[in-house]
Design a binder for this molecule. Structure first.
Ligand SMILES: Nc1ncnc2c1ncn2[C@@H]1O[C@H](COP(=O)(O)OP(=O)(O)OP(=O)(O)O)[C@@H](O)[C@H]1O
Ligand SMILES: [Mg+2]
Length: 373
Protein backbone atom coordinates (compact mmCIF):
# COMPACT_ATOMS: atom_id res chain seq x y z
CA UNK A 1 0.00 0.00 0.00
CA UNK A 2 1.45 3.32 -1.06
CA UNK A 3 0.89 5.72 1.85
CA UNK A 4 0.94 5.13 5.58
CA UNK A 5 -1.69 7.46 7.02
CA UNK A 6 -4.74 6.51 9.07
CA UNK A 7 -6.35 4.67 6.16
CA UNK A 8 -3.27 2.46 5.83
CA UNK A 9 -3.25 2.07 9.63
CA UNK A 10 -6.80 0.70 9.63
CA UNK A 11 -6.15 -1.42 6.52
CA UNK A 12 -3.18 -2.88 8.42
CA UNK A 13 -5.57 -3.92 11.21
CA UNK A 14 -7.73 -5.74 8.65
CA UNK A 15 -4.63 -7.30 7.09
CA UNK A 16 -3.71 -8.77 10.48
CA UNK A 17 -7.15 -10.43 10.67
CA UNK A 18 -6.74 -11.98 7.23
CA UNK A 19 -3.03 -12.74 7.65
CA UNK A 20 -2.33 -10.72 4.52
CA UNK A 21 1.23 -9.45 4.34
CA UNK A 22 0.61 -5.73 3.86
CA UNK A 23 3.70 -3.57 3.41
CA UNK A 24 3.18 0.18 3.53
CA UNK A 25 5.32 2.76 1.76
CA UNK A 26 5.88 5.58 4.21
CA UNK A 27 7.36 9.05 3.97
CA UNK A 28 8.55 8.80 7.56
CA UNK A 29 8.71 6.31 10.41
CA UNK A 30 6.25 8.37 12.46
CA UNK A 31 3.31 7.88 10.11
CA UNK A 32 0.17 6.29 11.60
CA UNK A 33 0.45 2.88 9.90
CA UNK A 34 4.12 2.52 10.78
CA UNK A 35 3.42 3.37 14.41
CA UNK A 36 0.74 0.64 14.35
CA UNK A 37 3.44 -1.88 13.47
CA UNK A 38 2.82 -2.29 9.73
CA UNK A 39 5.89 -3.57 7.87
CA UNK A 40 7.13 -0.53 5.96
CA UNK A 41 9.59 0.69 3.35
CA UNK A 42 10.60 4.30 2.94
CA UNK A 43 9.50 6.04 -0.21
CA UNK A 44 8.13 9.22 -1.68
CA UNK A 45 4.92 8.61 -3.67
CA UNK A 46 6.34 10.69 -6.55
CA UNK A 47 9.49 8.57 -6.84
CA UNK A 48 9.03 5.59 -9.17
CA UNK A 49 12.33 3.94 -8.29
CA UNK A 50 11.59 4.13 -4.54
CA UNK A 51 8.16 2.56 -5.13
CA UNK A 52 9.66 -0.17 -7.32
CA UNK A 53 12.27 -0.90 -4.66
CA UNK A 54 9.54 -1.09 -2.02
CA UNK A 55 7.43 -3.59 -3.88
CA UNK A 56 9.55 -6.54 -5.07
CA UNK A 57 7.37 -9.60 -5.20
CA UNK A 58 4.19 -7.69 -4.34
CA UNK A 59 1.14 -9.48 -5.72
CA UNK A 60 -0.86 -6.25 -5.81
CA UNK A 61 -0.12 -2.55 -5.24
CA UNK A 62 -2.86 -0.40 -3.75
CA UNK A 63 -3.06 3.11 -2.30
CA UNK A 64 -4.14 5.05 0.78
CA UNK A 65 -4.14 8.38 -1.14
CA UNK A 66 -4.17 9.68 -4.71
CA UNK A 67 -0.74 11.32 -4.75
CA UNK A 68 1.15 8.99 -7.11
CA UNK A 69 1.40 10.97 -10.38
CA UNK A 70 0.04 9.37 -13.58
CA UNK A 71 3.48 8.98 -15.23
CA UNK A 72 4.81 7.22 -12.11
CA UNK A 73 1.80 4.87 -12.14
CA UNK A 74 2.55 4.10 -15.80
CA UNK A 75 6.16 3.31 -14.92
CA UNK A 76 5.08 0.92 -12.17
CA UNK A 77 2.71 -0.87 -14.54
CA UNK A 78 5.36 -1.06 -17.24
CA UNK A 79 7.65 -2.71 -14.69
CA UNK A 80 5.04 -5.46 -14.26
CA UNK A 81 3.33 -4.39 -11.04
CA UNK A 82 -0.42 -5.01 -10.73
CA UNK A 83 -2.03 -1.73 -9.64
CA UNK A 84 -5.45 -1.94 -7.99
CA UNK A 85 -7.13 0.38 -8.69
CA UNK A 86 -5.39 1.04 -11.99
CA UNK A 87 -4.29 4.41 -13.39
CA UNK A 88 -7.43 4.98 -15.50
CA UNK A 89 -9.70 4.72 -12.44
CA UNK A 90 -7.31 6.63 -10.18
CA UNK A 91 -7.41 9.58 -12.58
CA UNK A 92 -10.98 10.24 -11.40
CA UNK A 93 -9.69 10.93 -7.89
CA UNK A 94 -6.58 12.82 -8.96
CA UNK A 95 -8.00 15.54 -11.16
CA UNK A 96 -11.36 17.13 -10.35
CA UNK A 97 -11.57 18.74 -13.79
CA UNK A 98 -11.04 15.39 -15.51
CA UNK A 99 -13.58 13.72 -13.20
CA UNK A 100 -16.24 16.41 -13.76
CA UNK A 101 -15.70 16.47 -17.55
CA UNK A 102 -15.61 12.71 -17.94
CA UNK A 103 -18.69 12.08 -15.75
CA UNK A 104 -20.64 14.85 -17.49
CA UNK A 105 -19.70 13.41 -20.90
CA UNK A 106 -21.01 10.01 -19.77
CA UNK A 107 -24.31 11.56 -18.71
CA UNK A 108 -23.86 11.54 -14.94
CA UNK A 109 -25.28 14.46 -12.94
CA UNK A 110 -22.57 16.93 -11.80
CA UNK A 111 -22.67 20.63 -10.80
CA UNK A 112 -22.28 23.15 -13.64
CA UNK A 113 -18.54 23.80 -13.94
CA UNK A 114 -15.80 25.23 -16.17
CA UNK A 115 -12.02 25.16 -16.28
CA UNK A 116 -10.65 28.65 -15.58
CA UNK A 117 -7.29 30.20 -16.43
CA UNK A 118 -7.82 33.60 -14.89
CA UNK A 119 -10.30 36.12 -13.44
CA UNK A 120 -11.91 36.84 -16.81
CA UNK A 121 -12.87 33.16 -17.20
CA UNK A 122 -14.48 33.23 -13.75
CA UNK A 123 -16.40 36.41 -14.61
CA UNK A 124 -17.58 34.83 -17.86
CA UNK A 125 -18.89 31.80 -15.93
CA UNK A 126 -20.53 34.13 -13.39
CA UNK A 127 -22.34 35.89 -16.23
CA UNK A 128 -24.22 32.65 -16.87
CA UNK A 129 -24.50 31.27 -13.34
CA UNK A 130 -24.37 34.27 -11.01
CA UNK A 131 -22.49 34.69 -7.74
CA UNK A 132 -21.46 33.20 -5.36
CA UNK A 133 -19.26 30.61 -7.07
CA UNK A 134 -16.95 27.89 -5.86
CA UNK A 135 -13.33 27.84 -7.05
CA UNK A 136 -11.65 24.45 -6.76
CA UNK A 137 -8.12 23.29 -7.18
CA UNK A 138 -7.94 20.55 -9.84
CA UNK A 139 -5.72 18.41 -7.66
CA UNK A 140 -4.12 18.14 -4.27
CA UNK A 141 -7.11 19.50 -2.29
CA UNK A 142 -8.53 17.71 0.73
CA UNK A 143 -10.56 18.69 3.78
CA UNK A 144 -11.69 21.80 1.91
CA UNK A 145 -8.13 23.08 1.44
CA UNK A 146 -8.48 23.52 -2.32
CA UNK A 147 -11.99 24.99 -2.15
CA UNK A 148 -12.74 28.74 -2.06
CA UNK A 149 -16.17 30.33 -2.11
CA UNK A 150 -16.14 33.53 -4.17
CA UNK A 151 -18.86 35.95 -3.04
CA UNK A 152 -18.39 38.32 -5.97
CA UNK A 153 -15.88 39.75 -8.46
CA UNK A 154 -14.11 41.54 -5.58
CA UNK A 155 -12.84 38.16 -4.36
CA UNK A 156 -10.84 37.71 -7.57
CA UNK A 157 -8.43 40.50 -6.74
CA UNK A 158 -6.30 38.67 -4.18
CA UNK A 159 -4.86 35.95 -6.42
CA UNK A 160 -1.26 36.13 -7.65
CA UNK A 161 -0.43 35.78 -11.36
CA UNK A 162 0.93 32.25 -11.02
CA UNK A 163 -2.14 31.09 -9.10
CA UNK A 164 -4.08 30.23 -12.21
CA UNK A 165 -1.65 27.72 -13.70
CA UNK A 166 -0.09 27.94 -17.12
CA UNK A 167 -1.75 28.52 -20.51
CA UNK A 168 -3.33 25.27 -21.65
CA UNK A 169 -2.93 23.79 -18.15
CA UNK A 170 -5.57 25.47 -15.96
CA UNK A 171 -5.01 24.72 -12.26
CA UNK A 172 -8.58 25.55 -11.18
CA UNK A 173 -12.18 24.94 -12.03
CA UNK A 174 -15.13 27.03 -11.05
CA UNK A 175 -18.59 25.72 -10.32
CA UNK A 176 -22.05 26.88 -9.29
CA UNK A 177 -22.51 27.35 -5.56
CA UNK A 178 -25.30 24.94 -4.69
CA UNK A 179 -27.93 25.23 -1.98
CA UNK A 180 -27.44 21.90 -0.26
CA UNK A 181 -30.18 20.00 1.56
CA UNK A 182 -27.74 17.21 2.46
CA UNK A 183 -24.44 15.60 1.57
CA UNK A 184 -24.18 11.84 1.17
CA UNK A 185 -21.43 9.33 0.62
CA UNK A 186 -22.02 6.10 -1.25
CA UNK A 187 -19.29 3.47 -1.01
CA UNK A 188 -18.92 0.31 -3.02
CA UNK A 189 -16.38 -2.47 -2.90
CA UNK A 190 -15.53 -3.88 -6.32
CA UNK A 191 -13.35 -6.78 -7.48
CA UNK A 192 -11.44 -6.84 -10.77
CA UNK A 193 -13.62 -9.76 -11.81
CA UNK A 194 -16.66 -7.49 -11.44
CA UNK A 195 -18.38 -8.51 -8.18
CA UNK A 196 -19.46 -5.29 -6.46
CA UNK A 197 -21.39 -4.55 -3.28
CA UNK A 198 -22.70 -1.20 -2.06
CA UNK A 199 -22.60 -0.02 1.53
CA UNK A 200 -25.66 1.75 2.91
CA UNK A 201 -25.52 5.47 2.04
CA UNK A 202 -24.09 7.70 4.73
CA UNK A 203 -25.14 11.27 5.50
CA UNK A 204 -22.14 13.53 6.11
CA UNK A 205 -21.93 16.99 7.68
CA UNK A 206 -19.13 19.31 6.59
CA UNK A 207 -18.06 22.47 8.41
CA UNK A 208 -15.68 24.73 6.48
CA UNK A 209 -15.12 21.98 3.92
CA UNK A 210 -14.11 19.33 6.44
CA UNK A 211 -16.28 16.36 7.41
CA UNK A 212 -17.23 16.75 11.07
CA UNK A 213 -19.59 13.85 11.49
CA UNK A 214 -21.74 11.33 9.68
CA UNK A 215 -24.72 9.13 10.37
CA UNK A 216 -25.99 5.89 8.88
CA UNK A 217 -28.69 5.14 7.84
CA UNK A 218 -28.80 8.44 5.99
CA UNK A 219 -32.47 9.02 6.84
CA UNK A 220 -33.43 9.77 3.24
CA UNK A 221 -36.31 8.42 1.17
CA UNK A 222 -35.64 4.85 -0.06
CA UNK A 223 -35.77 5.99 -3.70
CA UNK A 224 -32.99 8.55 -3.08
CA UNK A 225 -30.92 5.95 -1.21
CA UNK A 226 -31.29 3.58 -4.16
CA UNK A 227 -30.37 6.32 -6.61
CA UNK A 228 -27.20 7.09 -4.61
CA UNK A 229 -26.04 3.49 -4.32
CA UNK A 230 -26.96 2.73 -7.95
CA UNK A 231 -24.88 5.72 -9.08
CA UNK A 232 -21.92 4.44 -7.07
CA UNK A 233 -22.24 0.90 -8.48
CA UNK A 234 -22.63 2.13 -12.06
CA UNK A 235 -19.75 4.58 -11.89
CA UNK A 236 -17.45 2.09 -10.13
CA UNK A 237 -18.18 -0.47 -12.84
CA UNK A 238 -17.85 1.98 -15.70
CA UNK A 239 -14.48 3.40 -14.65
CA UNK A 240 -13.11 -0.01 -13.64
CA UNK A 241 -12.69 0.84 -9.95
CA UNK A 242 -11.12 -1.88 -7.82
CA UNK A 243 -11.17 -1.86 -4.03
CA UNK A 244 -13.31 0.72 -2.25
CA UNK A 245 -14.77 3.42 -4.47
CA UNK A 246 -16.41 6.29 -2.59
CA UNK A 247 -18.77 8.80 -4.18
CA UNK A 248 -19.38 12.10 -2.40
CA UNK A 249 -22.82 13.31 -3.41
CA UNK A 250 -24.76 16.56 -3.10
CA UNK A 251 -28.53 16.63 -2.55
CA UNK A 252 -29.71 20.11 -3.54
CA UNK A 253 -32.67 21.89 -1.95
CA UNK A 254 -34.39 21.34 -5.31
CA UNK A 255 -34.03 17.58 -4.74
CA UNK A 256 -31.32 16.92 -7.34
CA UNK A 257 -28.63 14.33 -6.65
CA UNK A 258 -25.23 15.38 -8.04
CA UNK A 259 -21.83 13.71 -7.93
CA UNK A 260 -19.29 15.86 -6.09
CA UNK A 261 -16.14 13.78 -6.06
CA UNK A 262 -14.70 10.28 -6.10
CA UNK A 263 -12.15 8.54 -3.93
CA UNK A 264 -10.59 5.26 -5.06
CA UNK A 265 -9.58 3.98 -1.62
CA UNK A 266 -11.09 3.51 1.82
CA UNK A 267 -12.80 6.77 2.73
CA UNK A 268 -13.38 8.80 5.88
CA UNK A 269 -17.14 8.45 5.39
CA UNK A 270 -16.84 4.66 5.65
CA UNK A 271 -15.27 4.40 9.10
CA UNK A 272 -18.56 3.47 10.76
CA UNK A 273 -18.46 0.24 8.75
CA UNK A 274 -15.85 -1.07 11.23
CA UNK A 275 -18.46 -1.43 13.95
CA UNK A 276 -21.77 -1.01 12.11
CA UNK A 277 -21.50 -3.27 9.03
CA UNK A 278 -20.99 -6.99 8.58
CA UNK A 279 -17.65 -6.29 6.84
CA UNK A 280 -15.59 -3.14 7.29
CA UNK A 281 -14.48 -1.08 4.31
CA UNK A 282 -10.87 -1.98 5.16
CA UNK A 283 -11.49 -5.73 5.04
CA UNK A 284 -13.42 -5.33 1.82
CA UNK A 285 -10.73 -3.13 0.28
CA UNK A 286 -8.19 -5.91 0.82
CA UNK A 287 -10.60 -8.63 -0.32
CA UNK A 288 -11.47 -6.62 -3.43
CA UNK A 289 -7.90 -5.78 -4.51
CA UNK A 290 -6.91 -9.43 -3.99
CA UNK A 291 -9.98 -10.50 -6.01
CA UNK A 292 -11.35 -12.51 -3.12
CA UNK A 293 -15.10 -12.85 -2.40
CA UNK A 294 -16.45 -9.70 -0.75
CA UNK A 295 -18.05 -9.62 2.67
CA UNK A 296 -21.62 -8.49 3.19
CA UNK A 297 -21.93 -4.72 3.52
CA UNK A 298 -25.26 -4.36 5.35
CA UNK A 299 -25.75 -2.74 8.74
CA UNK A 300 -25.72 -5.10 11.71
CA UNK A 301 -27.15 -2.43 14.04
CA UNK A 302 -30.10 -0.04 13.70
CA UNK A 303 -27.94 3.10 13.59
CA UNK A 304 -24.41 4.45 13.90
CA UNK A 305 -22.63 7.79 13.90
CA UNK A 306 -18.99 8.78 13.51
CA UNK A 307 -17.51 12.03 14.80
CA UNK A 308 -14.10 13.04 13.46
CA UNK A 309 -11.60 14.29 16.02
CA UNK A 310 -10.44 17.58 14.50
CA UNK A 311 -7.92 19.28 16.76
CA UNK A 312 -9.17 22.69 17.92
CA UNK A 313 -6.87 25.67 18.45
CA UNK A 314 -4.72 25.26 21.55
CA UNK A 315 -3.07 22.24 23.10
CA UNK A 316 -5.12 19.07 23.41
CA UNK A 317 -3.99 15.54 24.15
CA UNK A 318 -6.70 13.04 23.21
CA UNK A 319 -4.64 10.14 24.60
CA UNK A 320 -4.67 11.73 28.06
CA UNK A 321 -8.48 12.02 27.91
CA UNK A 322 -8.96 8.49 26.58
CA UNK A 323 -9.99 6.71 29.81
CA UNK A 324 -12.67 9.34 30.47
CA UNK A 325 -13.98 9.11 26.89
CA UNK A 326 -14.17 5.31 27.06
CA UNK A 327 -16.70 5.77 29.86
CA UNK A 328 -19.29 6.89 27.30
CA UNK A 329 -21.48 3.83 26.66
CA UNK A 330 -21.56 2.61 23.06
CA UNK A 331 -18.65 4.75 21.85
CA UNK A 332 -15.62 3.19 20.07
CA UNK A 333 -12.53 5.40 19.96
CA UNK A 334 -9.95 5.25 17.16
CA UNK A 335 -6.79 7.34 17.64
CA UNK A 336 -4.41 7.68 14.70
CA UNK A 337 -1.17 8.39 16.62
CA UNK A 338 -0.91 11.79 14.92
CA UNK A 339 0.42 14.82 16.78
CA UNK A 340 -2.30 17.38 17.47
CA UNK A 341 -2.16 20.47 15.27
CA UNK A 342 -5.07 22.89 14.88
CA UNK A 343 -7.43 21.65 12.17
CA UNK A 344 -5.78 18.21 11.93
CA UNK A 345 -7.85 15.01 11.95
CA UNK A 346 -6.28 12.89 14.70
CA UNK A 347 -8.90 10.19 15.18
CA UNK A 348 -12.58 9.38 15.15
CA UNK A 349 -15.28 8.02 17.43
CA UNK A 350 -18.07 5.74 16.25
CA UNK A 351 -21.12 5.03 18.39
CA UNK A 352 -23.88 2.50 17.83
CA UNK A 353 -27.46 3.02 19.05
CA UNK A 354 -31.11 2.49 18.27
CA UNK A 355 -31.36 5.80 16.39
CA UNK A 356 -28.88 8.01 14.55
CA UNK A 357 -29.70 10.86 16.98
CA UNK A 358 -28.73 8.76 19.99
CA UNK A 359 -25.61 7.42 18.22
CA UNK A 360 -24.50 10.92 17.28
CA UNK A 361 -25.05 12.20 20.82
CA UNK A 362 -22.84 9.41 22.25
CA UNK A 363 -20.11 9.81 19.64
CA UNK A 364 -20.12 13.58 20.13
CA UNK A 365 -19.97 13.23 23.92
CA UNK A 366 -16.90 11.01 23.69
CA UNK A 367 -15.29 13.28 21.08
CA UNK A 368 -15.86 16.34 23.29
CA UNK A 369 -14.11 14.60 26.17
CA UNK A 370 -11.17 13.56 23.95
CA UNK A 371 -10.66 17.13 22.72
CA UNK A 372 -11.01 18.68 26.18
CA UNK A 373 -8.07 20.80 27.32
N1 LIG B 1 -20.41 23.62 -5.59
C1 LIG B 1 -20.57 23.61 -4.27
N2 LIG B 1 -21.65 24.21 -3.70
C2 LIG B 1 -21.81 24.22 -2.36
N3 LIG B 1 -20.94 23.66 -1.49
C3 LIG B 1 -19.85 23.06 -1.99
C4 LIG B 1 -19.61 23.00 -3.40
N4 LIG B 1 -18.46 22.34 -3.60
C5 LIG B 1 -18.00 21.99 -2.38
N5 LIG B 1 -18.82 22.42 -1.41
C6 LIG B 1 -18.63 22.20 0.06
O1 LIG B 1 -17.25 22.08 0.33
C7 LIG B 1 -16.94 20.75 0.79
C8 LIG B 1 -15.58 20.32 0.27
O2 LIG B 1 -15.61 20.26 -1.13
P1 LIG B 1 -14.89 19.09 -1.92
O3 LIG B 1 -15.41 17.79 -1.44
O4 LIG B 1 -15.04 19.37 -3.36
O5 LIG B 1 -13.38 19.36 -1.51
P2 LIG B 1 -12.21 18.51 -0.89
O6 LIG B 1 -11.39 19.44 -0.08
O7 LIG B 1 -11.55 17.79 -1.99
O8 LIG B 1 -12.89 17.48 0.05
P3 LIG B 1 -12.32 16.11 0.60
O9 LIG B 1 -11.70 16.41 1.93
O10 LIG B 1 -13.57 15.33 0.73
O11 LIG B 1 -11.36 15.57 -0.39
C9 LIG B 1 -18.09 19.90 0.30
O12 LIG B 1 -18.24 18.73 1.08
C10 LIG B 1 -19.26 20.87 0.45
O13 LIG B 1 -19.68 20.96 1.80
MG1 LIG C 1 -14.91 16.21 -0.54
Amino acid sequence: MVGAGQLARMTHQAAVDLDVELVVVAGSATEPAVLAGAPHRPGDPRDASALLAAAPGAEVVTFDHELVPGPVLAELEAAGLVLRPGPAALAFAQDKLYARSELAARGYPVPAFAAVSGPSDVEAFAAGHGWPLVLKSRSGGYDGRGVKVLAGPGDLAGFAEGHWGTPGQPAWLVEEHLELAAELAALVARRPSGQALAYPAVRTTQVEGICRHLVVPAGIPPALEREATDLALRIAGEIGAVGICALELFVTTAGRLLVNELALRPHNSGHASIEACATSQFHNHLRAVLDWPLGQTGLVVPAAATVNLITPAGDVDPAANLPAALGVPGASVHLYAKASRPGRKVGHVTALAGTTEAALASAQAAADILLRR
